[in-house]
Design a binder for this molecule. Structure first.
Ligand SMILES: Nc1ncnc2c1ncn2[C@@H]1O[C@H](COP(=O)(O)OP(=O)(O)OP(=O)(O)O)[C@@H](O)[C@H]1O
Ligand SMILES: [Mg+2]
Length: 287
């Protein structure tokens, strides 16, 4: 649990005040977003199915694997994983939406689909503007230095070389990569997973996005970086776009998102103000 979470629970009085404040803020933000009514992402009865080729249909024991190898029998099976099942929602300009659910519930799949990286088996996704997926799996080149990756990443996001030059130092400072030495001049493969995630976040956050999709990027950073990135997400929201945040850190969701969507086994369980949705999720209740 983060320190802010502990603080929040320290006195019952402070807790209720904070909760009502937040509830008010969330209700206002949702109402305002609906009033201005500029939909940025429309997800309409979306189904996403992964097709896994060559998946073994057998028991998966060592002997069966060996006998398959020896007999050179090809496993003909294509296994289908129905990862998202009929999800529908609309996101509006200026909203920050949390996406929660247990492991394997379909959150990352949903974000990839919104980013246009996965086809839908049924239903459709409409987006206004270009969504950018910023995740711990976003592609940076391991063999290139942090510096090269910053430059390439910025160019790939459509910045001009002059803009890259102008933003470069800010990105490096924000990432905090150089706090413990000149790591920015070393290849990415020498970075810890947290450092790499921070650099990815910093690159993506340097640009104003129409729709910014963040997958777990915050949970890898340390406390100081988490605070910086939460502040940056709030800025990005003000600068117009819509932000989706996938995280298992419920406090990060509470602090950054006014609206939360909860999915489980690919189905939408709940969509509403963060406090209500996250509260139910934490208590293990179902609407
Ligand atoms: N590339 C893939 N090929 C086949 N199945 C996949 C693939 N990626 C994910 N899945 C399956 O799709 C389902 C949803 O996975 P997804 O990664 O979207 O979950 P998640 O909610 O992001 O989980 P987590 O909280 O662990 O990150 C799971 O059953 C998973 O096994
Ligand atoms: Mg995931």
């Amino acid at each position: 649990m983060s320190s802010s979470g502990r603080r929040r629970r320290s006195t019952a009085v402070a807790d209720t005040t904070l909760t009502t404040d937040r509830e008010e803020r969330d209700a206002k933000a949702i109402a305002a977003a609906k009033e201005t009514r500029v939909p940025t992402v429309v997800v309409d009865d979306v189904h996403i199915v992964y097709k896994v080729h060559g998946a073994s249909a057998g028991k998966g024991s060592a002997t069966s694997a060996l006998s398959r190898l020896i007999s050179r029998k090809r496993s003909p099976a294509i296994t289908e994983v129905h990862a998202v099942r009929g999800v529908t929602f609309t996101a509006y300009k200026g909203e920050a939406i949390g996406l929660i659910g247990s492991n394997g519930s379909g959150k990352s799949t949903m974000l990839s689909a919104i980013a246009g990286l996965l086809p839908t088996a049924k239903g459709a996704i409409y987006t206004h503007g270009q969504p950018s997926l910023l995740g711990v799996n976003a592609a940076l080149m391991d063999d290139l230095t942090g510096e090269r990756n910053v430059v390439l990443g910025c160019l790939a996001m459509g910045m001009s070389p002059a803009q890259v030059k102008e933003r470069y130092q800010d990105i490096v400072d924000f990432s905090g990569i150089n706090e413990k030495g000149q790591f920015i001049n070393l290849p990415m493969r020498t970075y810890s997973s947290g450092m790499a995630a921070r650099l990815r976040f910093s690159i993506a956050a340097a640009k104003t996005h129409d729709v910014l999709l963040i997958d777990e990027a915050l949970s890898t950073g340390d406390q100081a970086f988490q605070r910086r990135s939460e502040a940056r997400i709030r800025e990005l929201r003000k600068e117009a776009g819509t932000v989706f945040l996938v995280s298992h850190n419920n406090n990060a969701i509470r602090d950054t998102c006014e609206r939360t969507i909860w999915i489980e086994t690919g189905e939408l369980i709940m969509d509403g103000p963060t406090d209500e949705v996250v509260g139910m999720y934490e208590r293990g209740e179902r609407p």
